[in-house]
Write a protein that binds this ligand. Structure first.
Ligand code: HEC
Length: 124
């Protein structure tokens, strides 16, 4: 019985696992993504989520450049989860550049946002 339950949970997790972190989207806040996205993968997500209407990697647009975001958080171990929360909830984060809409107005999943946040946190 116990074994069966464990099997079921593992199978259920595998079934809804995302390409990015292997966990069902939205179930965990402080997801540590095992493999950080490549720049190309990050840009694809940013394009699909239309983040690029307001952001670039290396320069400011309507919002801060993502590299300066990574630099600002430095080696804070909570950087990725803080950034992910900011993207999900929108708002202002001390850049004095205006207000970011929730999820940037996109329909990116939590797992996709976590993956992007993890990538941004590695930029220097
Ligand atoms: C309509 C414009 C707009 C869109 C679209 C947008 N952002 Fe933003 N974003 C902003 C602004 C403005 C800020 C800075 C807010 C401030 O002044 O503190 C910001 C800030 C950020 C930050 C910095 C957070 C921090 O903790 O300092 C990140 C990371 C970010 N955005 C990621 C994204 C991602 C990922 C997307 C796409 C899903 C996105 N943004 C879409 C306008 C936008």
């Amino acid at each position: 019985m116990h074994r069966f339950l464990v099997f079921f949970v593992v199978a259920a997790l595998a079934a809804c696992g995302s390409k990015f972190d292997g966990k069902p989207p939205g179930t965990e806040k402080n997801v540590k993504v095992s493999a950080v996205l490549t720049r190309d993968e990050a840009m694809k997500l940013a394009t699909r989520g239309n983040c690029i209407a307001c952001h670039k990697m290396d320069d400011r647009l309507a919002g801060p450049g993502w590299r300066e975001v990574g630099v600002r958080y430095g080696s804070d171990p909570k950087a990725a989860s803080l950034i992910a929360n900011h993207i999900e909830n929108g708002g202002t984060f001390g850049w004095n550049m205006g207000y970011m809409p929730m999820r940037g107005g996109s329909t990116l999943s939590n797992a996709e946002i976590d993956a992007l946040a993890n990538y941004i946190a590695t930029l220097r």
